[in-house]
Design a protein around this ligand. Structure first.
Ligand code: ATP
Ligand code: MG
Length: 183
């Protein structure tokens, strides 16, 4: 699986629908301070199931919705779509019946978040599992925040082990075992 496009609509400073095309190789985002670079990365985490408002630099999850500007009223919802190329058919079995996957997360004021996968409503859990099995996701070690390297160096051994397990791609198995044990 490979990310191909990130679409933001009403997410933070991206009030008008905006597409970020993600091609093969390295994607760099450059621009002046405050132009929305970090917001882009946050949108990527958010659509993959991030549920901690602090990770979005907000007090509550609704803070990701465009809050208005001098010339624009606030919006009532925010939506992020992540398009995935699945031509190599490496998606987990439950989602592996097409060459492309569209993951959509939408938050509406006072109504919380909803997720869709190729148009079908799914649970947050399903989206988190999809990315956990693909060794990516909101907590992926591939997304390196500012200050995260020093956190890794100073982490307790147990926490450092969790980060390494995630990088090794086995955290999905742990989550499944945990779910099975709860049943
Ligand atoms: P830097 O180079 O300083 O790291 P950046 O390019 O990463 O900057 P961001 O932090 O992504 O910039 O964007 C900050 C901008 O997003 C600010 O102008 C802020 O007002 C705006 N912003 C954040 N949340 C919202 C929101 N809910 N509604 C409208 N604008 C928002
Ligand atoms: Mg930034």
């Amino acid at each position: 699986m490979r990310f191909t496009r990130l679409r933001l609509n009403g997410f933070k400073s991206f009030v008008d629908p905006t597409d970020l095309i993600i091609t093969d190789g390295l994607t760099g985002v450059v621009g002046p301070n405050g132009c929305g670079k970090s917001n882009l990365l946050e949108a990527l985490r958010w659509v993959m199931g991030e549920n901690r408002p602090t990770a979005m630099r907000g007090g509550g999850m609704e803070d990701v919705i465009f809050a208005g500007a001098a010339s624009r009223p606030a919006r009532n919802f925010a939506e992020v779509t992540l398009a995935l190329d699945n031509a190599d058919r490496t998606a987990p079995a439950a989602f592996n019946d097409s060459d492309g996957l569209d993951v959509v997360r939408r938050i509406t004021r006072d109504a919380g978040s909803a997720y869709r996968l190729n148009g079908k409503e799914v649970r947050a859990r399903d989206v988190q599992m999809l990315f956990a099995d693909a060794s990516t996701g909101a907590h992926s070690p591939a997304l390196v925040r500012q200050g995260q390297i020093s956190e890794l160096i100073n982490a307790k051994p147990q926490n450092r082990r969790r980060i390494l397990e995630e990088a090794a791609g086995i955290s999905g198995l742990y989550q499944r075992r945990h779910e099975a044990e709860l049943k």
